[in-house]
Write a protein that binds this ligand. Structure first.
Ligand SMILES: [Fe+2]
Ligand SMILES: [Fe+2]
Length: 208
């Protein structure tokens, strides 16, 4: 199979059928909605619409596994895992394991699509446009009922993509802190990286 095949309608439809079996109905609806939202964001921000649509569809490929199953899966797939995450936040492994499993099963899936799937749980420094689009789409897709998303939804397509990503990351971070949830160890690094970048960009604009 060539790279083009993974971005074909046939490949998309076949994986959609797989997901209908892998996921509970509500989560299946969620991935379809993320796929549509990611495609719309890609359109708005000039990214590859078909790649965004596919990454959105596949991002929660491994989401239904139990904690122990996902730990085992991470070991079996040889995913490089932070021991703290493996022990205390196994649910966050579903991005990295999905990327590894899908890459093995379907070598035709482009590497940048797999990376966006991998990074949708914890983000990273050096996010690509596609990574940011999938991360944001996962949070703001219209079926998400969490409060406080209106601001993000109305900013989509209006503010620069990196700003939209940081707004989304901030929203998720604040929600986790308010709920007294654990944070992925990379959170501070990602936060500091993007705050510094946007501050520099704002400073440059101010100086110009
Ligand atoms: Fe997810
Ligand atoms: Fe998701």
């Amino acid at each position: 199979m060539t790279q083009t095949d993974a971005l074909s309608e046939e490949f998309f439809a076949a994986r959609e059928r797989d997901l209908a079996e892998r996921l509970k109905p509500r989560r299946f609806d969620h991935v379809l909605s993320v796929s549509d939202t990611a495609a719309a964001l890609a359109e708005a921000y000039g990214a590859d619409v078909r790649k965004a649509r596919l990454a959105g569809l596949l991002h929660d490929w491994d989401k239904e596994h139990s904690d122990d199953e996902i730990r085992q899966r991470a070991r079996d797939l040889g995913v490089d895992v932070d021991p703290l995450v493996l022990e205390t936040m196994p649910r966050l492994l579903h991005g990295p394991t999905a990327a590894a499993a899908l890459g093995r099963e379907f070598p035709c899936i482009p590497a940048d699509v797999l990376q966006a799937i991998e990074r949708h749980t914890a983000a990273a420094t050096g996010m690509s446009d596609l990574d940011m689009i999938v991360y944001v789409a996962d949070a703001i897709e219209p079926k998400r009922a969490f409060g406080g998303l209106d601001e993000l939804r109305s900013a989509a397509g209006k503010v620069p993509l990196e700003e939209l990503f940081l707004m989304t990351f901030e929203h998720i971070l604040l929600t986790l802190v308010k709920r007294r949830k654990r944070l992925h160890p990379a959170t501070v690094e990602v936060w500091n990286h993007y705050v510094a970048r946007l501050r520099t960009a704002a400073g440059e604009k101010g100086a110009a």
